[in-house]
Design a binder for this molecule. Structure first.
Ligand code: HEC
Length: 397
Protein backbone atom coordinates (compact mmCIF):
# COMPACT_ATOMS: atom_id res chain seq x y z
CA UNK A 1 0.00 0.00 0.00
CA UNK A 2 2.64 2.42 1.11
CA UNK A 3 4.80 1.59 -1.91
CA UNK A 4 1.89 2.02 -4.27
CA UNK A 5 1.06 5.32 -2.70
CA UNK A 6 4.71 6.36 -2.93
CA UNK A 7 4.88 5.46 -6.59
CA UNK A 8 1.68 7.26 -7.33
CA UNK A 9 2.84 10.35 -5.51
CA UNK A 10 6.15 10.48 -7.38
CA UNK A 11 4.27 10.09 -10.66
CA UNK A 12 1.99 13.01 -9.84
CA UNK A 13 4.86 15.27 -8.86
CA UNK A 14 6.80 14.47 -12.00
CA UNK A 15 3.75 15.03 -14.13
CA UNK A 16 3.62 18.50 -12.61
CA UNK A 17 7.27 19.07 -13.39
CA UNK A 18 6.66 17.98 -16.98
CA UNK A 19 3.72 20.33 -17.22
CA UNK A 20 5.95 23.16 -16.02
CA UNK A 21 8.27 22.38 -18.92
CA UNK A 22 5.36 22.45 -21.38
CA UNK A 23 4.12 25.77 -20.02
CA UNK A 24 7.53 27.31 -20.45
CA UNK A 25 7.70 25.98 -24.01
CA UNK A 26 4.38 27.35 -25.14
CA UNK A 27 4.59 30.97 -24.14
CA UNK A 28 7.49 33.29 -23.99
CA UNK A 29 7.29 36.14 -21.53
CA UNK A 30 3.87 36.81 -19.97
CA UNK A 31 1.36 34.14 -18.94
CA UNK A 32 3.98 31.60 -17.91
CA UNK A 33 3.28 30.12 -14.52
CA UNK A 34 6.10 30.39 -12.04
CA UNK A 35 8.10 27.18 -12.08
CA UNK A 36 9.37 27.66 -8.52
CA UNK A 37 6.49 25.83 -6.85
CA UNK A 38 6.86 22.90 -9.19
CA UNK A 39 10.61 22.66 -8.63
CA UNK A 40 10.17 22.56 -4.86
CA UNK A 41 7.65 19.74 -5.17
CA UNK A 42 9.96 17.73 -7.43
CA UNK A 43 12.98 18.06 -5.16
CA UNK A 44 12.53 14.64 -3.51
CA UNK A 45 11.94 12.73 -6.72
CA UNK A 46 14.50 10.21 -7.89
CA UNK A 47 16.62 11.56 -10.72
CA UNK A 48 16.17 8.39 -12.77
CA UNK A 49 12.41 8.91 -13.03
CA UNK A 50 10.80 10.05 -16.27
CA UNK A 51 13.01 12.92 -17.39
CA UNK A 52 11.86 12.94 -20.99
CA UNK A 53 8.06 12.83 -20.89
CA UNK A 54 7.73 13.52 -24.62
CA UNK A 55 9.63 10.30 -25.38
CA UNK A 56 8.47 8.14 -22.49
CA UNK A 57 4.80 9.10 -22.45
CA UNK A 58 4.13 10.66 -25.86
CA UNK A 59 0.32 10.46 -25.56
CA UNK A 60 0.27 12.31 -22.27
CA UNK A 61 2.76 14.85 -23.57
CA UNK A 62 0.46 15.45 -26.56
CA UNK A 63 -2.38 16.32 -24.19
CA UNK A 64 -0.11 18.49 -22.01
CA UNK A 65 0.60 20.52 -25.12
CA UNK A 66 -3.04 20.55 -26.22
CA UNK A 67 -4.16 21.90 -22.82
CA UNK A 68 -1.58 24.64 -23.04
CA UNK A 69 -2.21 25.81 -26.58
CA UNK A 70 -6.03 25.47 -26.56
CA UNK A 71 -6.48 27.65 -23.48
CA UNK A 72 -8.22 30.99 -24.05
CA UNK A 73 -5.80 33.61 -25.30
CA UNK A 74 -7.28 36.23 -23.02
CA UNK A 75 -10.14 36.84 -20.65
CA UNK A 76 -13.53 37.00 -22.33
CA UNK A 77 -12.41 35.83 -25.75
CA UNK A 78 -13.13 32.58 -27.59
CA UNK A 79 -9.74 32.67 -29.32
CA UNK A 80 -7.14 30.28 -28.03
CA UNK A 81 -3.39 30.64 -27.78
CA UNK A 82 -2.36 28.96 -31.01
CA UNK A 83 -4.68 31.25 -32.93
CA UNK A 84 -2.43 34.15 -31.90
CA UNK A 85 0.65 32.64 -33.51
CA UNK A 86 2.12 33.73 -36.83
CA UNK A 87 0.43 32.26 -39.91
CA UNK A 88 2.66 31.14 -42.76
CA UNK A 89 0.94 33.37 -45.33
CA UNK A 90 2.22 36.34 -43.31
CA UNK A 91 5.68 34.95 -42.64
CA UNK A 92 6.46 34.27 -46.29
CA UNK A 93 4.43 37.09 -47.87
CA UNK A 94 7.36 39.17 -49.08
CA UNK A 95 10.96 37.92 -49.30
CA UNK A 96 12.21 41.51 -49.13
CA UNK A 97 10.39 42.51 -45.93
CA UNK A 98 11.16 41.01 -42.55
CA UNK A 99 8.00 39.44 -41.10
CA UNK A 100 6.58 40.83 -37.87
CA UNK A 101 5.05 38.91 -34.98
CA UNK A 102 1.28 39.57 -35.21
CA UNK A 103 0.80 40.81 -31.62
CA UNK A 104 -2.97 40.37 -31.83
CA UNK A 105 -5.15 37.72 -33.45
CA UNK A 106 -4.05 37.63 -37.06
CA UNK A 107 -6.75 37.70 -39.73
CA UNK A 108 -7.74 34.09 -40.38
CA UNK A 109 -6.78 33.01 -43.88
CA UNK A 110 -7.93 29.57 -44.96
CA UNK A 111 -6.83 27.94 -48.19
CA UNK A 112 -7.25 24.52 -49.77
CA UNK A 113 -5.01 21.84 -48.25
CA UNK A 114 -1.56 22.26 -49.82
CA UNK A 115 -0.81 18.58 -49.30
CA UNK A 116 -3.84 17.60 -51.34
CA UNK A 117 -3.22 20.19 -54.02
CA UNK A 118 0.30 18.80 -54.41
CA UNK A 119 -0.97 15.26 -54.53
CA UNK A 120 -3.35 16.19 -57.34
CA UNK A 121 -0.56 17.97 -59.23
CA UNK A 122 1.87 15.11 -58.78
CA UNK A 123 -0.61 12.49 -59.93
CA UNK A 124 -2.97 13.87 -62.54
CA UNK A 125 -3.55 10.28 -63.62
CA UNK A 126 -4.80 9.12 -60.21
CA UNK A 127 -8.54 8.53 -60.20
CA UNK A 128 -10.64 11.15 -58.44
CA UNK A 129 -9.08 11.85 -55.08
CA UNK A 130 -11.38 11.98 -52.07
CA UNK A 131 -12.74 15.48 -51.66
CA UNK A 132 -11.69 16.96 -48.35
CA UNK A 133 -14.33 18.86 -46.42
CA UNK A 134 -11.75 21.62 -46.27
CA UNK A 135 -11.38 21.64 -50.05
CA UNK A 136 -14.84 23.05 -50.37
CA UNK A 137 -14.59 26.81 -50.25
CA UNK A 138 -14.47 28.54 -47.95
CA UNK A 139 -13.35 25.85 -45.51
CA UNK A 140 -9.68 25.06 -45.47
CA UNK A 141 -6.33 24.96 -43.84
CA UNK A 142 -3.93 27.14 -41.91
CA UNK A 143 -0.37 26.65 -40.61
CA UNK A 144 1.06 28.54 -37.62
CA UNK A 145 4.27 28.60 -35.57
CA UNK A 146 4.80 29.85 -32.03
CA UNK A 147 6.97 32.76 -30.99
CA UNK A 148 10.11 30.68 -30.33
CA UNK A 149 9.99 29.19 -33.83
CA UNK A 150 9.07 32.54 -35.38
CA UNK A 151 12.03 34.33 -33.78
CA UNK A 152 14.35 31.62 -35.11
CA UNK A 153 12.92 32.05 -38.62
CA UNK A 154 13.48 35.81 -38.48
CA UNK A 155 16.93 35.64 -36.92
CA UNK A 156 18.19 33.18 -39.53
CA UNK A 157 16.48 34.64 -42.57
CA UNK A 158 14.43 31.49 -43.16
CA UNK A 159 11.60 33.56 -44.69
CA UNK A 160 13.43 33.79 -48.05
CA UNK A 161 15.20 31.20 -50.19
CA UNK A 162 18.80 32.35 -49.88
CA UNK A 163 18.46 32.52 -46.07
CA UNK A 164 17.23 28.92 -45.92
CA UNK A 165 20.17 27.65 -47.97
CA UNK A 166 22.72 29.73 -46.09
CA UNK A 167 21.52 28.46 -42.71
CA UNK A 168 21.34 24.88 -44.02
CA UNK A 169 25.00 25.15 -45.10
CA UNK A 170 26.19 26.46 -41.72
CA UNK A 171 27.88 23.89 -39.43
CA UNK A 172 24.77 23.29 -37.27
CA UNK A 173 22.36 23.41 -40.20
CA UNK A 174 18.75 24.43 -39.63
CA UNK A 175 17.98 23.51 -36.05
CA UNK A 176 14.95 25.05 -34.36
CA UNK A 177 15.16 25.74 -30.60
CA UNK A 178 13.64 23.00 -28.44
CA UNK A 179 10.71 25.21 -27.43
CA UNK A 180 9.44 25.56 -31.01
CA UNK A 181 5.91 24.47 -31.88
CA UNK A 182 3.99 24.31 -35.16
CA UNK A 183 0.35 23.51 -35.87
CA UNK A 184 -1.69 22.76 -38.93
CA UNK A 185 -5.45 23.19 -38.57
CA UNK A 186 -8.25 22.17 -40.91
CA UNK A 187 -11.73 23.70 -40.78
CA UNK A 188 -15.07 22.98 -42.43
CA UNK A 189 -18.28 24.93 -42.72
CA UNK A 190 -20.73 23.94 -39.95
CA UNK A 191 -24.36 24.75 -39.11
CA UNK A 192 -25.30 26.88 -36.08
CA UNK A 193 -26.69 23.75 -34.38
CA UNK A 194 -23.27 22.10 -34.56
CA UNK A 195 -21.46 24.94 -32.78
CA UNK A 196 -21.38 23.40 -29.27
CA UNK A 197 -19.41 20.40 -30.56
CA UNK A 198 -16.72 22.38 -32.40
CA UNK A 199 -14.14 25.01 -31.82
CA UNK A 200 -15.70 27.46 -34.26
CA UNK A 201 -15.17 30.87 -35.76
CA UNK A 202 -17.01 33.27 -38.02
CA UNK A 203 -14.99 33.41 -41.19
CA UNK A 204 -15.26 35.61 -44.25
CA UNK A 205 -13.60 34.29 -47.34
CA UNK A 206 -11.99 37.22 -49.18
CA UNK A 207 -13.55 36.05 -52.46
CA UNK A 208 -17.00 34.89 -51.29
CA UNK A 209 -17.29 37.90 -48.91
CA UNK A 210 -20.22 36.28 -47.08
CA UNK A 211 -19.39 35.21 -43.50
CA UNK A 212 -19.84 31.54 -42.64
CA UNK A 213 -19.31 29.53 -39.47
CA UNK A 214 -16.33 27.19 -39.65
CA UNK A 215 -15.58 24.41 -37.18
CA UNK A 216 -12.17 22.90 -36.47
CA UNK A 217 -12.04 19.25 -37.59
CA UNK A 218 -8.32 18.40 -37.48
CA UNK A 219 -5.35 19.73 -35.54
CA UNK A 220 -1.73 18.63 -36.04
CA UNK A 221 0.75 19.68 -33.36
CA UNK A 222 4.50 19.20 -33.57
CA UNK A 223 7.07 20.11 -30.94
CA UNK A 224 10.85 20.34 -31.24
CA UNK A 225 11.19 18.95 -27.71
CA UNK A 226 12.83 15.89 -29.38
CA UNK A 227 15.53 16.10 -32.09
CA UNK A 228 13.16 14.63 -34.74
CA UNK A 229 10.19 16.43 -33.16
CA UNK A 230 7.21 15.00 -31.26
CA UNK A 231 4.20 14.51 -33.59
CA UNK A 232 0.57 14.46 -32.50
CA UNK A 233 -2.72 14.65 -34.30
CA UNK A 234 -6.19 15.45 -32.95
CA UNK A 235 -9.63 15.04 -34.56
CA UNK A 236 -13.13 16.24 -33.81
CA UNK A 237 -14.97 13.18 -32.47
CA UNK A 238 -17.69 13.20 -35.17
CA UNK A 239 -15.22 12.76 -38.04
CA UNK A 240 -16.72 9.67 -39.71
CA UNK A 241 -13.38 8.11 -40.72
CA UNK A 242 -11.58 8.92 -37.44
CA UNK A 243 -9.99 5.48 -36.82
CA UNK A 244 -10.55 3.92 -40.27
CA UNK A 245 -7.72 1.78 -41.67
CA UNK A 246 -5.13 2.32 -38.91
CA UNK A 247 -7.17 2.64 -35.70
CA UNK A 248 -6.44 5.18 -32.98
CA UNK A 249 -4.28 4.97 -29.88
CA UNK A 250 -4.26 7.18 -26.81
CA UNK A 251 -3.04 5.58 -23.60
CA UNK A 252 -3.59 8.78 -21.62
CA UNK A 253 -6.90 10.39 -22.48
CA UNK A 254 -9.28 8.15 -24.42
CA UNK A 255 -11.80 5.44 -23.52
CA UNK A 256 -11.05 2.98 -24.99
CA UNK A 257 -7.31 3.58 -25.24
CA UNK A 258 -7.06 1.48 -28.40
CA UNK A 259 -9.71 1.90 -31.09
CA UNK A 260 -9.76 -0.66 -33.88
CA UNK A 261 -10.84 0.35 -37.37
CA UNK A 262 -14.45 -0.40 -38.36
CA UNK A 263 -14.96 -3.01 -41.07
CA UNK A 264 -16.67 -0.37 -43.24
CA UNK A 265 -15.34 3.14 -43.84
CA UNK A 266 -17.01 6.38 -42.70
CA UNK A 267 -19.25 4.84 -40.05
CA UNK A 268 -18.00 6.94 -37.12
CA UNK A 269 -16.71 5.94 -33.68
CA UNK A 270 -17.99 6.18 -30.13
CA UNK A 271 -15.25 7.21 -27.72
CA UNK A 272 -15.00 9.28 -24.55
CA UNK A 273 -12.36 11.21 -22.65
CA UNK A 274 -11.10 9.96 -19.30
CA UNK A 275 -12.26 11.89 -16.21
CA UNK A 276 -8.66 12.86 -15.39
CA UNK A 277 -8.40 14.71 -18.69
CA UNK A 278 -11.85 16.30 -18.44
CA UNK A 279 -10.87 17.56 -14.98
CA UNK A 280 -7.67 19.07 -16.31
CA UNK A 281 -9.53 20.79 -19.16
CA UNK A 282 -11.88 22.38 -16.65
CA UNK A 283 -9.08 23.40 -14.30
CA UNK A 284 -7.09 24.98 -17.13
CA UNK A 285 -10.12 26.96 -18.29
CA UNK A 286 -10.57 25.33 -21.69
CA UNK A 287 -14.00 25.98 -23.11
CA UNK A 288 -16.31 22.91 -23.17
CA UNK A 289 -16.12 22.50 -26.96
CA UNK A 290 -12.63 21.01 -26.55
CA UNK A 291 -14.09 17.92 -24.85
CA UNK A 292 -15.21 16.88 -28.37
CA UNK A 293 -11.66 16.39 -29.62
CA UNK A 294 -9.64 13.15 -29.56
CA UNK A 295 -5.96 12.37 -29.84
CA UNK A 296 -5.66 9.90 -32.71
CA UNK A 297 -2.06 9.17 -31.81
CA UNK A 298 1.44 10.48 -31.20
CA UNK A 299 4.65 9.57 -33.01
CA UNK A 300 8.25 9.99 -31.90
CA UNK A 301 10.27 7.65 -34.11
CA UNK A 302 10.51 6.22 -37.63
CA UNK A 303 10.10 2.61 -36.46
CA UNK A 304 9.08 0.75 -33.34
CA UNK A 305 11.78 -1.07 -31.39
CA UNK A 306 11.36 -4.17 -33.55
CA UNK A 307 12.03 -2.16 -36.70
CA UNK A 308 8.49 -1.96 -38.06
CA UNK A 309 7.55 1.43 -39.56
CA UNK A 310 5.30 3.52 -37.32
CA UNK A 311 2.15 4.79 -39.05
CA UNK A 312 0.11 7.85 -38.07
CA UNK A 313 -2.25 9.90 -40.20
CA UNK A 314 -5.31 12.07 -39.60
CA UNK A 315 -8.54 11.02 -41.38
CA UNK A 316 -8.97 14.59 -42.66
CA UNK A 317 -5.50 15.94 -43.45
CA UNK A 318 -4.09 12.61 -44.65
CA UNK A 319 -7.31 11.41 -46.35
CA UNK A 320 -6.39 9.05 -49.17
CA UNK A 321 -3.02 7.99 -47.74
CA UNK A 322 -3.76 7.29 -44.07
CA UNK A 323 -2.63 3.67 -44.31
CA UNK A 324 0.93 4.64 -45.35
CA UNK A 325 1.18 7.96 -43.54
CA UNK A 326 4.14 8.63 -41.27
CA UNK A 327 4.39 12.19 -39.96
CA UNK A 328 8.07 11.95 -39.09
CA UNK A 329 9.17 10.22 -42.31
CA UNK A 330 7.30 12.49 -44.69
CA UNK A 331 8.46 15.55 -42.79
CA UNK A 332 12.08 14.30 -42.81
CA UNK A 333 11.81 14.84 -46.59
CA UNK A 334 11.10 18.55 -46.07
CA UNK A 335 14.06 19.87 -47.99
CA UNK A 336 15.34 22.53 -50.34
CA UNK A 337 18.00 23.25 -52.94
CA UNK A 338 18.76 26.33 -54.96
CA UNK A 339 20.10 25.51 -58.42
CA UNK A 340 21.26 27.47 -61.46
CA UNK A 341 19.15 29.85 -63.57
CA UNK A 342 17.95 33.37 -63.21
CA UNK A 343 16.35 33.53 -60.74
CA UNK A 344 17.96 30.32 -59.45
CA UNK A 345 15.65 27.34 -59.44
CA UNK A 346 14.29 26.24 -56.07
CA UNK A 347 13.50 22.54 -55.66
CA UNK A 348 12.47 20.13 -52.91
CA UNK A 349 12.06 16.38 -52.58
CA UNK A 350 8.55 15.26 -53.56
CA UNK A 351 5.97 15.07 -50.79
CA UNK A 352 4.52 11.79 -52.07
CA UNK A 353 5.74 8.54 -53.56
CA UNK A 354 4.89 8.09 -57.24
CA UNK A 355 1.79 6.07 -56.26
CA UNK A 356 0.43 8.98 -54.21
CA UNK A 357 1.21 7.37 -50.87
CA UNK A 358 3.47 8.53 -48.05
CA UNK A 359 6.95 7.25 -47.36
CA UNK A 360 7.22 5.63 -43.96
CA UNK A 361 9.85 3.87 -41.88
CA UNK A 362 13.52 4.91 -41.88
CA UNK A 363 14.88 7.75 -43.95
CA UNK A 364 16.70 6.67 -47.10
CA UNK A 365 20.10 8.40 -47.40
CA UNK A 366 19.79 8.26 -51.21
CA UNK A 367 17.08 10.91 -50.94
CA UNK A 368 19.73 13.37 -49.82
CA UNK A 369 23.09 12.08 -51.01
CA UNK A 370 24.54 10.88 -54.30
CA UNK A 371 27.03 8.03 -53.78
CA UNK A 372 30.52 9.35 -53.05
CA UNK A 373 29.52 13.01 -53.13
CA UNK A 374 30.15 15.13 -50.02
CA UNK A 375 27.54 17.72 -51.03
CA UNK A 376 23.89 16.83 -50.56
CA UNK A 377 21.35 16.80 -53.39
CA UNK A 378 18.92 18.49 -50.99
CA UNK A 379 19.33 20.22 -47.66
CA UNK A 380 17.03 19.01 -44.90
CA UNK A 381 15.05 21.92 -43.45
CA UNK A 382 14.40 20.51 -39.94
CA UNK A 383 11.12 18.71 -40.72
CA UNK A 384 9.09 21.83 -41.53
CA UNK A 385 7.57 21.51 -44.98
CA UNK A 386 6.63 25.16 -45.08
CA UNK A 387 10.36 25.95 -45.34
CA UNK A 388 10.45 23.77 -48.44
CA UNK A 389 7.47 25.40 -50.12
CA UNK A 390 6.88 28.90 -49.01
CA UNK A 391 10.11 30.92 -49.19
CA UNK A 392 10.52 33.11 -52.27
CA UNK A 393 13.67 34.47 -53.88
CA UNK A 394 14.90 37.69 -52.28
CA UNK A 395 15.80 40.44 -54.69
CA UNK A 396 16.57 43.23 -52.19
CA UNK A 397 20.18 43.57 -51.04
C1 HEC B 1 3.07 12.61 -47.12
C2 HEC B 1 3.59 13.74 -46.43
C3 HEC B 1 3.06 14.18 -45.10
C4 HEC B 1 2.62 13.42 -44.05
C5 HEC B 1 2.48 11.92 -43.97
C6 HEC B 1 2.31 14.35 -42.98
N1 HEC B 1 2.55 15.63 -43.37
FE1 HEC B 1 2.45 17.29 -42.21
N2 HEC B 1 2.77 18.47 -43.84
C7 HEC B 1 3.07 18.02 -45.11
C8 HEC B 1 3.19 19.15 -46.00
C9 HEC B 1 3.48 19.09 -47.48
C10 HEC B 1 2.97 20.31 -45.21
C11 HEC B 1 3.02 21.78 -45.67
C12 HEC B 1 1.67 22.39 -45.75
C13 HEC B 1 1.74 23.86 -45.92
O1 HEC B 1 2.78 24.48 -45.69
O2 HEC B 1 0.71 24.45 -46.25
C14 HEC B 1 2.74 19.84 -43.85
C15 HEC B 1 2.54 20.69 -42.77
C16 HEC B 1 2.49 20.26 -41.46
C17 HEC B 1 2.58 21.12 -40.30
C18 HEC B 1 2.85 22.60 -40.31
C19 HEC B 1 4.34 22.84 -40.14
C20 HEC B 1 5.15 22.54 -41.39
O3 HEC B 1 5.67 21.41 -41.53
O4 HEC B 1 5.26 23.40 -42.23
C21 HEC B 1 2.45 20.31 -39.21
C22 HEC B 1 2.50 20.75 -37.74
C23 HEC B 1 2.28 18.96 -39.67
N3 HEC B 1 2.31 18.95 -41.05
C24 HEC B 1 2.11 17.87 -38.84
C25 HEC B 1 1.91 16.56 -39.30
C26 HEC B 1 1.54 15.45 -38.46
C27 HEC B 1 1.33 15.52 -36.96
C28 HEC B 1 1.44 14.37 -39.29
C29 HEC B 1 1.08 12.96 -38.93
C30 HEC B 1 -0.16 12.75 -38.22
C31 HEC B 1 1.77 14.80 -40.63
N4 HEC B 1 2.04 16.14 -40.62
C32 HEC B 1 1.82 13.97 -41.73
C33 HEC B 1 3.27 16.70 -45.47
C34 HEC B 1 2.98 15.59 -44.67
Amino acid sequence: MWTRHGVWLAGGVLALAALGAVRAQVEKGGNVEKAGQVEKAAAGAEPSEDKVPAANDPDKFAWDLFLEICRPAGAGTRDVRWEMWAEEDNIFADPNTEPRWPGQKPQRQLRPSRQHELRKLQMPNLKALPDLPGDRAPGGEEVRINRHAFDYVVKNGLWYQQGVIKTAQAPTGIKFPTDSLAIKALWKVITPAEKPRYHWDEYTDPKAKKPVTVGLIALHVTSKVLPNWHWATFEQEDNPAFADEIGAHDSYGMIPAVVRPNAEPNKGYKTALKPVLLERMKKDGLSPEWTHYRLKGAQIDFTDSTGRPTILGNSITEAGFVATSSCVTCHARASAMLGGGNPPQWTTLSVFRPDGQSDNGPVNPNWFWAPGSPTPKFYQVDFLWELGFRPKYRTAK
